[in-house]
Every structure is written in structure tokens, then in C-alpha cells.
Design a binder for this molecule. Structure first.
Ligand SMILES: [Zn+2]
Length: 468
């Protein structure tokens, strides 16, 4: 028997800032060696002509979760993790969402049950919609179980918190060593804009973008940053979609505040024009914050290359183009009643690779940081996110030359459409190895439901390398 269960040889390996020709030896699910040449191995995978990246870690995705309006995502942990795998991921961190009035023990039990069919290692961020005293008293237990990030919404009926509740969460997070994630859009501005548009009979999907203007995001991000500073608590701004929002995050970080942010794939390649398609086709592009314009895409890319964002995520929120999803409230509905969210977990990495690496905007080390290393360090996933001895053997072997046009329909998920249909993408994952086992290969998902394990995460600021 060899010292290694598996050797991946001949590939170009992205190991931190280094991009080197190297072999990787795997033993007992961990990376045991990284060297110019490794002989032996019970199994050998030839990666010549390929790039070996750390498996992607998707820290913003909605799987087996009800929206604020009560609509269940099309993907459960079986299909959601399959789609993630096919897109080069080895770990996902979806949300466990508290219903108002619900005990956290019940929330966690419900999501652990739902996640039992995950093919991939996973953790949860805890959405708090009702942070009352009893709920705050339950936090230490959630914390001890390794759920070390909370999320709050500043808008959305049913889940939104007011500033006082937001402060309560920030203070609790600070006390326990958690980081608070925030969906930052001004609820008051959005409601006023929506009411004005509907009163004028402007109900088509294209008005969705107008009802959630850049100013609504900027106002809420600025307020969130000030509330976090007041509480002395770290803050993570999810799905930054505007130049103003990105500039606020960058300025806060430059001033030394514990503020980080992300943007999402859709804001880099789609625009509000996509909402203005015939009939209700635009509903396929309804997400919040809404899609913006080309100038914003360019600004967000500038912030990516400048290092403003910890990660680029998909905000996978899969609602089918039918009565179970987008049209849960009927077909003849104003834009305000369309389910918010786009699918995209399976295409997040191919889009970022094609538009980022292949297009020459970012390097391979940046790609690995934005898709795996950054989120792993920020969210306390200690044994994942990098190719180095001692880490989980979570690897994605990419063919950088493979080119493919995204077909209509789902992408290994439970969806009936993809907003990225027709995009020609260069660079695709070919083989994905999760904890040393081949989990996806040659277009086929090999990992089975239940193969994934729950990952207990370290507290924020715990023992890990500093956030880049
Ligand atoms: Zn989201």
C-alpha cells in the first residue's frame, strides 16, 4: 500500500499566491504532500494541461429555504449540492432561517434535517428575523455548535429587523465572536418607490430595478456600517451591487473598520435591460438588489481587482419560472409580487473564471482567493479553502481551454431556466475531489446524497490566517 490514497499529478496548482507545477498527495481525506514530483498512490489522476484549484466555497446560497414571502426554493440539499459540485465547489454555507417567533433550537434542527441529504460538506449562517430576549439567550448554544455568522435583513416583510434589533444582533455577535451579515437596502425608500410606480400603473418586471435604486443600497450600507461601528462589531455586507455601496465598504475598510463585503456574479454579467424582456420573461431576472447597468459592472470589476471584496458569490436563490416559484402569487402580477432571486450556484465559478481569468481581469491566485480562500478565512472554515498540507483534500481540476455555451434549462439543479443561457464560457471544472474522494467527474455527479458533513466553524477572529 502506498503512503497516499490518491495522487493528483502534472497539474498547475494554485497554492495561495503561488501558481506552480506540482503533484498533490492525499491521505485519509487530507492533503498530505505538495511536491514537484510524487510517486505512487493507490490511485493517480493525471492533471497535465489542467489547473488544480481549491474546491470552491459558496458562502451565499439559499437552499431548502423559504423566502420572506414563504416561497420554498426549488433546490433542496440534494440538487443544490449536486449543482454546486458540478460547478467546482466542495463546500457550501447556505442559510438556516428563523421564522418569527421560532426557537433557534427548532431552526437548527429543521435545517440539519434538510441538510442530511447534502452531497457536500456544509455549514449554515443563521438568519435572525426576531432577535428577542429569549432568542438572544439561545445564541450561545448555536454558537457552540459552530454556527458563527448571523444574517439580518434591513428590508423584506416578514424577515426585516429595525435598527434597534439590528444593534441587538450586532452586540450579541460581538459578545460571542460572530460576524453579522447584512442585506442592506433601505426599506422605506423601496416602499415609497414601489408605491409611486404602482400608482402610475407601472407594474411590469422592468420597474423592479427602478423601485430599488442605487441610493437605497448606499443609504442602508452607510447606516449598517455606522451601526456596526457603534456596536464595535464586525460586519459583512452581502451582494454589494452598486459603485456607491462598494466605495462605502472600501472606505470603511481603509479607515480600519471591521467591515467586509462581497459582490455577486449576476451584477458582473447581467443588467437591468434583462428585466425589459417581452411579456413576463423579465421575471427570470428579478433579484434584490436588482441588476444595474454596464457602468456599474465596470466599477464592480475595478473593486474586485482593487481587493474590495472578500468573495464573489452567486446568491443562488432558485425559484422556477412557474407557480411554485416566480409566479407563486399568480401569473398576472405586478413586479412587487414576483419571487426575488436567481439561480447560479453551478455557474458561479465558470462565469468568474471565464469573465475574470480567461478575460485577463484577474489572476488564478485572485480567483482562488475570491472563491475559496477569502470566504474560508472570513467565516472560520479552518480546514478548507487552500491547497496546503493538512487541509482537507478539496480540489477542483479545471480545463482552462474548454469552451461551452450555457444551454437553456437548469444546470444540474432543480431549475427550469438559467439567466445565463447562451453565454459562451471558457474554462470549466472537469473533476472535483471532496475530502480525497472523486465527487464529480466528466460531467457526472458521483458523490451521493448524505456524503457531505456538517462543518463546525471557528469564531470570528479565531485561530486562522488574517483576512486578505
Ligand atoms: Zn441571498
Amino acid at each position: 500500500m502506498s503512503a497516499f490514497d490518491l495522487v493528483v499529478h502534472g497539474g498547475v496548482v494554485v497554492a495561495g499566491e503561488a501558481v506552480v507545477q506540482a503533484d498533490i498527495g492525499v491521505a485519509a481525506g487530507r492533503i498530505a504532500a505538495l511536491a514537484e514530483r510524487i510517486e505512487g498512490g493507490d490511485r493517480r489522476i493525471d492533471a497535465s494541461g489542467r489547473i488544480v484549484l481549491p474546491g470552491g466555497i459558496e458562502t451565499h446560497c439559499h437552499i431548502a429555504q423559504e423566502s420572506g414571502a414563504g416561497v420554498m426554493t426549488a433546490d433542496d440539499y440534494d440538487t443544490g449540492s449536486a449543482a454546486a459540485l458540478a460547478g467546482g465547489h466542495t463546500c457550501i454555507v447556505p442559510f438556516a432561517a428563523q421564522r418569527r417567533g421560532e426557537r433557534l433550537a427548532d431552526v437548527m434542527a429543521r435545517y440539519r434535517r434538510r441538510a442530511s441529504v447534502s452531497r457536500l460538506d456544509h455549514s449554515f449562517h443563521l438568519i435572525l428575523s426576531d432577535p428577542n430576549e429569549a432568542v438572544v439567550a439561545e445564541l450561545p448554544e448555536v454558537f457552540a455548535a459552530g454556527v458563527t455568522s448571523f444574517k439580518v435583513f434591513m428590508t423584506y416583510e416578514g424577515v426585516k429587523v429595525d435598527d434597534a434589533q439590528f444593534l441587538t444582533v450586532l452586540q450579541a455577535a460581538r459578545a460571542h465572536g460572530a460576524i453579522t451579515m447584512v442585506h442592506a437596502e433601505s426599506d422605506a425608500m423601496i416602499r415609497a418607490a414601489q408605491a409611486a410606480l404602482l400608482a402610475e400603473g407601472r407594474t411590469e418586471p422592468k420597474w423592479h430595478a427602478e423601485a430599488r435604486p442605487p441610493a437605497a443600497e448606499a443609504e442602508a450600507i452607510a447606516r449598517a456600517i455606522r451601526l456596526a461601528a457603534f456596536a464595535g462589531a464586525p460586519l459583512f455586507v452581502v451582494h454589494v451591487s452598486t459603485e456607491e455601496g462598494a466605495a462605502l465598504v472600501a472606505a470603511a475598510a481603509a479607515a480600519g473598520a471591521a467591515v467586509w463585503g462581497e459582490t455577486c456574479t449576476q451584477y458582473l454579467v447581467l443588467t437591468a435591460d434583462d428585466l425589459d424582456r417581452p411579456g413576463m420573461e423579465g421575471a427570470k431576472y428579478v433579484c434584490a438588489p436588482p441588476l444595474r447597468n454596464r457602468a456599474t459592472q465596470a466599477a464592480l470589476w475595478r473593486h474586485i481587482t482593487a481587493g474590495t471584496f472578500v468573495c464573489v458569490t452567486s446568491d443562488h436563490a432558485p425559484y422556477r419560472f412557474d407557480e411554485t416559484g416566480k409566479f407563486h402569487a399568480g401569473r398576472d402580477i405586478p413586479f412587487t409580487a414576483i419571487a426575488n432571486g436567481l439561480p447560479g450556484i453551478g455557474l458561479r465559478l465558470p462565469i468568474l473564471f471565464s469573465e475574470g481569468v480567461a478575460a485577463g481581469r484577474i489572476g488564478l491566485a485572485d480567483f482562488a482567493r475570491l472563491t475559496a480562500g477569502g470566504p474560508a478565512r472570513l467565516f472560520g472554515i479552518e480546514r478548507k479553502g487552500a491547497i496546503a498540507p493538512g487541509m482537507d483534500a478539496d480540489l477542483a481540476i479545471w480545463d482552462p481551454e474548454a469552451a461551452q455555451v450555457v444551454p437553456p434549462g437548469g444546470w444540474h439543479d432543480a431549475m427550469d431556466y438559467t439567466p445565463y443561457e447562451g453565454m459562451r464560457l471558457t474554462g470549466w471544472p472537469e473533476t472535483v475531489i471532496a475530502r480525497g474522494r472523486v465527487a464529480f467527474d466528466g460531467g457526472r455527479v458521483v458523490a451521493r446524497p448524505g456524503d457531505g458533513r456538517f462543518v463546525a466553524r471557528a469564531p470570528f477572529g479565531g485561530p486562522r490566517t488574517p483576512v486578505p
